[in-house]
Unconditional design. Structure first.
Length: 115
């Protein structure tokens, strides 16, 4: 059975840090690139960061220099370290395994950045 499960969201103040984690089934984690996406109220879902099976990373311009994506192939997890958080980072964050044409999504986790 395939699963993708996020954890680590919450409420933080501007400038603070938060770390999200995603656990995926070994059957998909070992084969597919992993990514974090987010959707703010009234907006479309957007890419935050991706990482290939080989460790190559890609970031949205809005998070470059503040967010870091990493994967642990032994634990089948992918993390998103978010530093210097801003109110505009507030969104539901989703973990994805796969590609646009074949993707496995987590249920999403809320991140709120507010004073």
């Amino acid at each position: 059975q395939v699963h993708v499960v996020e954890s680590g969201g919450g409420l933080v103040a501007p400038g603070e840090s938060l770390r999200l984690s995603c656990a995926a089934s070994k059957s998909i984690f070992s084969l597919y690139p992993m990514g974090w996406y987010r959707q703010a109220p009234g907006k479309q879902r957007e890419l935050v960061a991706t990482i290939t099976t080989g460790g190559n990373t890609n970031y949205a311009n809005s998070v470059k220099g503040r967010f870091t994506i990493s994967r642990d192939n032994a634990k089948n997890t992918v993390d998103l370290q978010m530093n210097s958080l801003k109110p505009e980072d507030t969104a539901v964050y989703y973990c994805r395994a796969g590609y646009d044409f074949r993707a496995y999504w987590g249920q999403g986790i809320q991140v709120t950045v507010s004073a």
